[in-house]
Design a protein around this ligand. Structure first.
Ligand SMILES: [Zn+2]
Length: 160
């Protein structure tokens, strides 16, 4: 069970933005970690001015994943990496049909697309990464799942 709590978007952008800056992370924004894709839920439970954000210690996992995504961004040819889904709190994860122990609950997983490359090519780039033995890589038709399970002590079972 991953606890999540509510912040306004502005509060989250400030808190997470400071952590990303301290970690030297460029090109990724706090709202990509917590908010991407949620507008499409169409539920009255969804309050667009409020975010369910992770416990703040999980920001560390997000920063580790950012570093991998930055490597992906510059792999072969520098192109933007678009995030479809990153952190999910447990109720959101349940609502969209995610697996119960999804790596997305840890802040250490994202579903991504790299401009100019197919999802299969993106998965190949991730498999060629020097730390790939610690990754979970999921090949899908329209995106690639990447998680850093081995870096955060979640080696098994494989769960997207
Ligand atoms: Zn995923």
């Amino acid at each position: 069970m991953t606890l999540a709590f509510a912040m306004t978007k502005d509060e989250w952008v400030e808190v997470c933005g400071e952590a990303l800056e301290a970690g030297g992370i460029e090109h990724f924004h706090p709202l990509e970690i917590c908010d991407v894709g949620r507008e499409s839920l169409g539920t009255k439970l969804y309050q667009p001015w409020k975010l369910r954000v992770p416990p703040l210690h999980l920001i560390h996992n997000a920063i580790l994943l950012c570093r991998v995504l930055l490597d992906l961004r510059s792999s072969r040819r520098v192109m933007p990496v678009r995030v479809n889904s990153w952190y999910r709190d447990s109720s959101y994860n349940h609502r969209i049909g995610g697996v119960p122990r999804s790596m997305h609950l840890t802040c250490g997983a994202a579903d991504v697309v790299k401009a100019g490359f197919t999802p299969s090519e993106v998965a190949d780039m991730l498999e060629a990464h020097p730390d790939s033995a610690q990754f979970g890589i999921g090949r899908y038709k329209t995106f690639t799942h990447i998680d850093i399970r081995g870096m955060i002590g979640r080696s098994a079972p494989a769960r997207w």
